[in-house]
Structures are given as structure tokens and as C-alpha cells.
Design a protein around this ligand. Structure first.
Ligand SMILES: Cc1ncc(COP(=O)(O)O)c(C=O)c1O
Length: 315
């Protein structure tokens, strides 16, 4: 909200509420590792809704409200593997707007419980699509809902330019303000919103930066062959428009086992309790740092390990 609008908003109208949420987003901790000097982590779990996804969720809803595309009379509907759904469900409840979260069988129980606490409805898709995942059926459910419910708002994180823009404006700016020099950035990908926004923003200050996108084996963001995946957050059954237009320097594909080992090493070596994506970018960045010990690198940690107790941290 800008200064001009500030005096016009009352704390309990929708713009007052947006301001209240905005104060709790961003300025997340930045930590240098002890065992790998010159490697930093941005801890996105340390903000409202406990994940990176609050940034696009808030930015998309705020802009839709400002542009009158979203009012209290609409129902928000969105497909999410968890974090985006949690962020949307918390924000929409506070704003007094109905929200239907469309998730699937791989959504961790802890994330489902959060969504059930805040969303108006949680739909769990349990029929697999032709790639062996659930995303296409999640999207089909939403398309059908939209046909018979004209008063809907679909944030559509796979196509909405405010998804990457939230990272360009928010997280990207914070990173640029924190470093004088940065040689490499490691980002886990799904919709590609994070890597797209950050690639654009960081190149403005660090033109020679190596933007590394990290994905899981069997995801279709960069690969053609789908494979069974059971970790949520990282990877996707489609490649988004964001990814197609983004300048990425290096792609690293890790196996599910590599990612799980990355999470456990991160906990043992640096006392950071990360989610699957965090383990993935840590494993990728450690490889890079071995070959480039004098380079300065940053990994983005989208969420923490609490939702991964039944897979990553099971044994
Ligand atoms: C845990 C986790 N990792 C990675 C990602 C990928 O981010 P993006 O959709 O911006 O590519 C997300 C996004 O939901 C996430 O929640």
C-alpha cells in the first residue's frame, strides 16, 4: 500500500487487512553456513504461512483486489501441492473470502491439516493422470468448477505473471540488498515462478550470475519422461509459461534419494531442518562449491522439514 492510500484505509476493511498481512511477509533470515563457507541460505519458512509461497499468494490476491477482479463475493479456487494452498487459505480466511483448495494424494498430512483449518473446502484428487501424477486432474476439476460458477477467482500460479513478479519485487530485492557479489543462485522449481522472478531481478545487479534450476527426476519441467515422484513441492507434471521464457544457466536433476540425503546432511552439518526442496538445492550447491570453492552462492529454502516427517525424515 502506498503512503497516499494509507490514510484512507481503515484497519478492518479489506485494504487495512492487506496491509496487516503485508507487514508479516518477507525480510526472511539469511545465514552463511559454517561447514561450507561462501554458501548462504535464505530461510523462507520464517514468515507468515511458513513458506515462500506466501509471496506469490499475497501479490496475486492483492493485485486482483486492487483491479476489482476479486471481491468478497467471489470464491477463490486453486490447485496446489500444499504451500500455495496454505498461504491462500490463511490469507482468504482473514479477508473473509471463500477458498477451495484442490490438492492430491501426495499432499503431506501436515499441510492438509493446515488447509482444512483455514480453507472453506479442501478437495483431494485421487485419480492419476496420464503422466502418473495428479496435476492434470486437479486442473480438470478446476476447469469444470469454473464453468458452473461464474463468480470465481482462479489465481492460476502456472500462468499468472504476478507469480514471478512477486519474487522480482520482494525476494529478489531482498537478495540484491544483502550481497555486493553473488556468483550462483540455486532454486528448486515447480511452477517456475521463483526462478523466473529471481533470474530477472538478480541479473540486473549481478550480470554474470549462474542461475541454477534444481529439479527432481521424473518431473516434466525440463525432462520428457515422467516417473513416479512422492516428494511434494519440487517438480511438476507440466512446464509453465514462466519457465519457457526464463534465462536459466544450469539445470541440475536430482534423484529422490539424493534429495533425501541432502536434507539429512543439511540437518547434520548445519542444523537446518529443511523441506525436500531445501535438501535438493543444498545437495546441488555443495557439488558446485566443491568445484568452485571461492565462489559465493545462495540457496533458497522454500519451507522447513515439519511436513516431511513421513517421507524424508522417516528413518
Ligand atoms: C517446497 C517448495 N519447493 C519448491 C517450490 C517451487 O517453486 P516455484 O513454483 O516458484 O517454481 C515450491 C512452490 O510451491 C515449494 O512449495
Amino acid at each position: 500500500m502506498n503512503k497516499q492510500n494509507e490514510s484512507l484505509v481503515s484497519p478492518n476493511d479489506i485494504f487495512g487487512k492487506l496491509e496487516q498481512i503485508e507487514k508479516q511477509i518477507g525480510n526472511t533470515p539469511l545465514l552463511e553456513f559454517i561447514n561450507t563457507k561462501g554458501l548462504y541460505i535464505k530461510q523462507e519458512a520464517c514468515q507468515f504461512a511458513n513458506s515462500i509461497k506466501v509471496r506469490p499468494a499475497f501479490h496475486i490476491l492483492k493485485n486482483a483486489i486492487i483491479n476489482n477482479e476479486l471481491t468478497e463475493n467471489h470464491t477463490i479456487i486453486e490447485s496446489s501441492s500444499g504451500n500455495f494452498g496454505i498461504a491462500l487459505s490463511m490469507i482468504s480466511k482473514y479477508l473473509g473470502i471463500k477458498f477451495i483448495a484442490v490438492v492430491d494424494k501426495y499432499t503431506p498430512e501436515a499441510k492438509l491439516r493446515m488447509m482444512r483449518l483455514f480453507a472453506s473446502e479442501v478437495v483431494v484428487i485421487d485419480k492419476k493422470d496420464q503422466h502418473g501424477g495428479y496435476l492434470l486432474n486437479r486442473i480438470a476439476f478446476i476447469d469444470k468448477y469454473k464453468e458452473s460458477n461464474p463468480n470465481h477467482f482462479h489465481p492460476n500460479q502456472y500462468t499468472n505473471p504476478n507469480n514471478p513478479d512477486s519474487y522480482y519485487c520482494g525476494l529478489g530485492q531482498e537478495i540484491c540488498d544483502s550481497f555486493d557479489k553473488l556468483d550462483a543462485l540455486f532454486v528448486a522449481v515447480s511452477t517456475g515462478g521463483t526462478v523466473t522472478g529471481l533470474s530477472k531481478k538478480l541479473r540486473e545487479k549481478f550480470p554474470n550470475i549462474n542461475i541454477v534450476a534444481v529439479d527432481i527426476q521424473g518431473s516434466l519441467v525440463f525432462q520428457n519422461q515422467a516417473q513416479k515422484r512422492t516428494l511434494s513441492g519440487i517438480g511438476s507434471s507440466i512446464s509453465s509459461v514462466h519457465i519457457k521464457t526464463t534465462k536459466i544457466d544450469t539445470v541440475m536433476i536430482l534423484s529422490q534419494d539424493d534429495i533425501i540425503s541432502g536434507c539429512k546432511e543439511l540437518l547434520d552439518e548445519e542444523m537446518v531442518f529443511g523441506g525436500a526442496s531445501t535438501g535438493a538445492v543444498y545437495a546441488a550447491a555443495k557439488k558446485y562449491k566443491k568445484e568452485n570453492p571461492n565462489k559465493k552462492a545462495l540457496i533458497i529454502s522454500p519451507d522447513d522439514g515439519k511436513s516431511y516427517m513421513d517421507n524424508v525424515y522417516l528413518s
